[in-house]
Design a protein around this ligand. Structure first.
Ligand SMILES: [Zn+2]
Ligand SMILES: [Zn+2]
Length: 339
């Protein structure tokens, strides 16, 4: 079978390797679609703090069950599925208390363990999640990033009736905004510096969009929400500028959820967090139930994924896909690999 390896930064090798066979408790998957995301791009340029080369990438994907290992009873050959790409130890404090997504020894498939950028991949059966008939392979590969948004929404102490500001309208910002709204927020405002991304957010039904390269975000918040401003802010960029914006713009006593992954260590005014009693809360990946909620939201049509699909490439065009993203940074959302 064909396997795509990021052998060193900016170097992609297409290899011919033997097709794996599923061990006990594993399911062999025929990969169908892979989504390329921000962390893949950081890794491609050798700038991801936790991803080292060589690596077979691909952590957002959909697949068809091709073969069952011994002891696998929950699946059948031909099932259409997606995968929650979290390999966990099962022994650390968090694993023993239901927070396996922040396992001390967490390995993400496609980041620290072999991923889906190949024709077949064997994975433990408890990470495999069936797709309903109404969710195609494209959308199946987007359950993962949507689950990130669902989990972030769940980190808010209260969602129903709230006014939420999202910083960043890339794929994760967009899907977080959609999840927050679908799960009960009163209204969602999203800010970004790209008109293309904001236009996509509008197509997805986000209530208010602000281009904060042109408009002053503080006054836009006041115009829309009045002096009480937003009830919560979700940072989905992972940059010093946006986390500082969140801290500065937050209403006293309100919440900030940090979803963005920070490549560099920003300088942050912690004094404001103390003085204004802000609650700054991290959000990492998702749990099994976030996957289930994400699938429900897609199935019920409460989120819109089509506007996010920017471009498609075949498995052997992985390098071209990265080139495309580099050349179309401002307007690229989700690039899908068709296997
Ligand atoms: Zn991702
Ligand atoms: Zn653990």
């Amino acid at each position: 079978m064909i396997q795509v390896v990021l052998s060193q930064p900016e170097k992609i090798e297409i290899r011919e390797v033997p097709k794996p066979s599923p061990a006990a408790g594993q399911v062999l998957l025929k990969i169908k679609r892979i989504g390329i995301c921000g962390s893949d791009i950081h890794a491609y340029y050798g700038k991801h703090p936790y991803i080292k080369c060589p690596i077979v990438q691909g952590h957002e994907f959909s697949a068809e069950v091709a073969e069952l290992g011994p002891d696998v009873t929950q699946f059948q050959v031909g099932d259409r599925v997606t995968v929650r790409p979290q390999l966990t130890c099962g022994r650390c404090y968090q694993c023993l208390h239901g927070d396996y997504h922040i396992c001390d020894e967490l390995k993400v498939i496609g980041c620290q363990a072999e991923g889906a950028a190949q024709e077949f991949l064997a994975v433990p059966q408890d990470l495999v999640v069936k797709l309903p008939d109404s969710i195609d392979y494209d959308y199946g590969a987007m359950v993962e990033p949507l689950a990130v948004g669902v989990h972030a929404a769940g980190r808010l102490s209260e969602l129903k009736g709230r006014k939420v500001l999202i910083l960043g309208a890339g794929t994760i910002g967009n899907l977080t905004a959609q999840a927050v709204k679908a799960l009960g927020a009163n209204s969602v405002m999203i800010a970004d510096i790209s008109d293309v991304r904001l236009e996509i957010a509008r197509k997805c039904g986000i209530d208010f969009t602000v281009n904060n390269a042109r408009a002053d975000l503080a006054s836009e918040i006041r115009k829309t929400y009045g002096e009480s401003k937003a009830d919560a802010i979700i940072e989905c960029v992972g940059a010093g500028q946006t986390i500082n914006q969140a801290i500065t713009l937050a209403r006293k006593g309100s919440e900030i959820i940090v979803v963005g992954v920070f490549g560099e260590k920003p300088s942050v005014d912690v004094g404001l967090i103390q003085d204004r009693e802000l609650r700054v809360i991290g959000s990492l990946m998702y749990k099994k139930e976030d996957y289930e909620t994400a699938i429900d939201l897609i199935k019920s049509g409460k989120v819109h994924l089509q506007p996010l699909i920017s471009q498609r490439f075949s498995l052997i065009q992985y390098a071209e896909a990265y080139k495309y993203i580099e050349q179309n940074r401002e307007k690229t959302m989700k690039v899908l690999i068709e296997v």
